[in-house]
Write a protein that binds this ligand. Structure first.
Ligand SMILES: COc1ccc(Cn2ccc3ccc(-c4cc(N)[nH]n4)cc32)cc1
Length: 241
């Protein structure tokens, strides 16, 4: 059965890329189904109003709750996770992507302006899980780009979508570390040579070298990931690196 992704947004055309490339093929093969809905279809005034001034004052506008509730009541199957991108969300992680990929589908609520009235997420939690998530510590103008990112991260984990299953198993962050450098032909290129161990055919040495590269890179670029590793993930020798 196919994984059902639904997106509610005031900029449906922004989500057009979801039908291209990897996602397109997966959709053609019936592995994933993507439906994009225009929030304004659930407004009831001639101006199709979706925003209003914030209670308590402050800059910008807030998205009104009623159109969202009408849209979600229609498109969200009971029990389906609602994902709400927001700068104030929990960090989106590979673990979340894996957890969500094992569910029957997802509904994404794309906010604009200064966000969506909080009562929408609170009300939606009565009908199923709600995840308010951030894709990084920077501020976007709306949730659409975040949805493209999360849909890509989740769909590539669906069984059958990525041809080479191994490339998913050996993903960066899969073992909690960053992946090391990759190389392909030619062996010598513009004065830069591929590390000889990779040409040696000594698979044990290659595996050791790759693990060391991964640890060094993680220590240099993402020391926070090292702190998060479970007990025993690193040997004593590796800690010394
Ligand atoms: C209160 O401050 C702001 C609140 C919202 C906004 C614009 N905006 C509106 C909806 C929406 C959804 C997601 C995001 C987002 C997610 C990440 N990781 N960065 N930015 C941004 C969003 C600007 C500022």
């Amino acid at each position: 059965s196919s994984f059902l992704i639904q997106v509610v947004t005031i900029f449906p055309e922004y989500l057009a890329p979801l039908r291209q490339s990897l996602l397109g093929k997966a959709a053609e093969r019936g592995l994933v189904d993507i439906a994009v809905h225009d929030l304004r279809a659930w407004t009831d005034d001639v101006h199709r109003t979706v925003d209003d001034a914030p209670y308590g004052g402050g800059p910008g506008m807030v998205m009104r709750p009623e159109p969202w509730a009408r849209a979600l009541e229609e498109v969200r199957p009971p029990g389906t996770r609602l994902v709400v991108p927001t700068p104030a969300g929990r960090p989106f992680t590979q673990a979340m992507a894996a957890e969500w990929a094992a569910e029957p589908g997802l509904v994404f609520a794309c906010g604009r302006y200064e966000g969506i009235d909080q009562r929408v997420a609170d009300w939606a939690a009565e009908a199923g899980p709600v995840s308010e998530v951030s894709i990084g510590d920077y501020v976007l103008a709306g949730g659409e780009s975040a949805v493209l990112v999360m849909v890509e991260a989740v769909t590539r984990l669906l069984p059958g979508v990525v041809g080479n299953r191994e490339s998913v198993e050996f993903d960066s962050h899969a073992d909690g570390l960053l992946e090391g450098p990759s190389y392909t032909r030619p062996a010598s290129w513009r004065g830069h040579d591929v590390p000889p161990v990779l040409l040696s055919g000594d698979h044990a040495a290659i595996a050791r070298w790759r693990r060391e590269q991964s640890l060094r890179r993680t220590a240099a670029r993402r020391p926070d990931l090292l702190l998060r590793l479970p007990e025993g993930a690193l040997t004593e020798a590796e800690r010394q690196l």
